[in-house]
Design a protein. Structure first.
Lengths: 450, 191
């Protein structure tokens, strides 16, 4: 951007003072673009969450606003903007007002160093991943602030829980990230992705670019475990179910954001959903090869616009799968107890994270990168990973077979396309037009089910 | 060694059960939704699927009303207002007002049981959302009309089909309540 502003000034023949002005303008434009992109992603994720939750609970989910309900998030946002912004009488007013901004800034500032493609990154900081870890800690400050300022016991408990949780889970998360940093030899986000492009001196097609066996998750068994540790810790840091103790609806009445309404509440909400994308994007960067295209070296990719676009799509696709997994986990697992949460962190995740870090270090020391044994380990880990996925889908087909005729593979449909078959409807919903028949029908239904 | 093996078996169990749990919820993504998308994706209007004796919005066939005001007396929350006046010229009892406040009605059915002419009944209509709560005050008498004779015992009373009266009244939820502002006494207790 500095070069760009210098070029503009030179082309226009202005004095060097204008360089600073153009630089500031460029920064503002980039900041707005990144912020808007992150907002859109967060909004779409709220829609995805509701659709996935709907299907998992045998419902349809929002499907009225726009095609397939895709504009639902805009309608929700509009509703929240127009709502009254309430501040409780005894709240700590300045802090109450400030807290959502801390959360929003904490999450959205992290998007600065999240890559979308090879050239699509707002700022490729040389301390990228450390910056990410540091700036997202601002979220816990905001949550604690809102909990304290609300002057509400539930909010305060939620805030304290959140702080305890984030501080605890920062340890395994940082340790597993450190494993990747060891493998990549850099802290820069783009550098980490670059390092997953295979060895450049390998001319073979199968060794270049973003093949799965070049990803860090399949680098060695320790890196494989490190991914799961990172993902678990990231879900916990994002306050998502099964680790959503800070906003446990059933015990803390939504926790730290109980007293918030309108746009301030939307701030917390957008922060949470932007954080889902953030953790998925970071996982994609660290473990899944980011924007690397199979068979194409980063140098080739940098020279072509179409390859750039492909890299962007690949990155967003991988991140979207990560987001889906986070949402899917939420509708699968029940919430943990506080002691279980801390036990999981300190008794399981932290020791395993240390083992992974040490294991990775030893692996790098003992095994020469690019040696035959190295390739065998990559290949074996990739096979193992794909075997796990295949086994998983075998289990899924098993469960689908169990539900027999109640299967509907058209999951994007607006619910039921064909109107209900009256006979089926009668059986399922017990239509009682005539008293006697109604009894007969319900009797039948009871027999069928029981 | 016992502690260590139980530690690792706990880890293994967690992973195995988590994986299978995820498989179950994933399979649910391919299940038919069981929900009925009300109101426009039902085979027939939902109203026709209601049980015969379901208590919908009250309606009165004013042509068979005897003006006995039993229903108004029975109503525990006074949501029925009936006025009968004697016409000084013809000496005929005239029904001048029969209002039911659906916003207040609790659908207990006591009025229906008390009606000697079976002109008052629960229709099957239930979609009564209105832009203005005053529109839920249903006026069944437009201009004064003579009351009907009480029916003889065991004689069936001919009434209009169920729901035909009230459906007309509830048809347009966004219609303006009145041209002019209604008077306080006209609106009953709503004000």
């Amino acid at each position: 951007m500095e070069e760009l502003s210098r070029n503009i000034v030179e082309a226009l023949g202005l004095n060097p003072f204008w360089e600073q002005v153009f630089y500031a303008l460029a920064i503002i434009v980039v900041a707005v673009v990144v912020f808007m992109a992150a907002l859109t992603i967060a909004g779409l994720l709220t829609y995805l969450e509701r659709r996935v939750a709907g299907r998992i609970q045998s419902r349809v989910g929002p499907n009225r606003v726009g095609p397939l309900g895709l504009l639902q998030w805009l309608a929700d946002g509009l509703k929240l903007v127009m709502k009254e912004d309430l501040i409780p009488a005894c709240a700590d007013r300045p802090m109450f007002r400030l807290a959502p901004y801390a959360v929003v800034v904490g999450v959205f500032a992290a998007f600065v160093s999240v890559p979308f493609g090879q050239l699509l990154i707002a700022a490729d900081l040389n301390v990228g991943i450390i910056y990410l870890l540091a700036i997202t800690s601002l979220v816990s400050v905001g949550v604690l602030m809102s909990g304290w300022a609300s002057n509400n016991k539930w909010s305060l408990l939620g805030g304290i829980r959140s702080a305890a949780q984030i501080v605890s889970y920062e340890v395994p998360s940082a340790l597993s990230i450190l494993s990747v940093v060891l493998l990549a030899g850099t802290l820069s986000m783009q550098g980490i992705i670059q390092a997953q492009g295979g060895q450049e001196y390998h001319a073979e097609f199968w060794a270049r670019g973003g093949w799965p066996w070049n990803w860090f998750i399949f680098h060695n068994p320790f890196a494989f475990i490190a991914f799961f540790l990172y993902f678990t810790a990231a879900v916990a840091e994002g306050n998502r179910t099964p680790f959503d103790l800070p906003e446990a609806e059933s015990e803390l009445v939504s926790g730290y954001n109980t007293e918030y309404s309108g746009m301030r509440f939307a701030g917390f909400f957008l922060g949470e959903f932007a954080n889902i994308y953030l953790m998925s994007a970071v996982a994609t960067t660290l473990f899944f090869g980011g924007w690397q295209i199979p068979g194409i070296l980063p140098e080739e990719q940098a020279s072509s616009w179409s390859l750039q676009l492909m890299g962007l799509l690949i990155f967003v696709f991988k991140a979207a799968i990560g987001c889906f997994v986070v949402i899917w986990l939420r509708w699968t697992l029940p919430r943990l107890r506080v002691d279980q949460l801390m036990g999981l962190c300190y008794k399981y995740l932290v020791p395993f994270a240390f083992i992974c870090l040490g294991g990775n270090a030893v692996y790098i020391l003992l095994i020469k990168a690019g040696s035959t044994f190295d390739w065998i380990v990559h290949g074996a880990m990739t096979l193992f990973g794909f075997a796990l996925v295949v086994y998983f889908f075998v289990r899924v087909t098993h469960h689908i077979r169990l539900v027999k005729d109640r299967v509907d593979f058209d999951i994007l449909s607006r619910g039921t396309k064909k109107p209900f078959d009256p006979a089926v409807q009668t059986r399922r919903y017990g239509r009682h037009r005539k008293g006697a028949r109604a009894l007969e029908i319900t009797g039948q239904q009871g027999k069928e089910i029981g | 060694m016992g502690a260590l093996s139980s530690y690792f078996s706990a880890v293994g169990r967690t992973i195995a059960t988590l994986g299978d749990g995820l498989a179950v919820t994933f399979s649910y993504l391919f299940r038919k939704p069981v929900t009925l998308q009300y109101p426009d994706r039902t085979v027939e209007p939902l109203i026709s699927t209601l049980p015969e004796r379901s208590r919908g919005i009250l309606e009165i066939d004013i042509d068979v009303c005897t003006g006995c005001t039993m229903c108004a007396k029975q109503c525990p929350i006074d949501c029925i207002h009936v006025e009968v006046v004697k016409d000084p010229e013809t000496n005929q009892r005239m029904l001048t007002r029969f209002d039911i406040d659906i916003a207040k009605c609790m659908f207990c059915g006591l009025c229906v049981e008390s009606c000697p002419a079976s002109g008052l009944r629960h229709s099957h209509e239930f979609e009564g959302a209105m832009s203005d709560v005053a529109r839920l005050m249903l006026h069944f008498v437009d201009k004064p009309l003579p009351v009907a004779k009480p029916p003889k015992k065991d004689e069936p009373v001919q009434t209009k089909p169920k729901g035909s009266i009230v459906r007309e009244m509830l048809r347009d939820p966004w219609a303006r309540t009145r041209k002019s502002k209604p008077k306080a006494e006209e609106c009953g207790d709503i004000g």
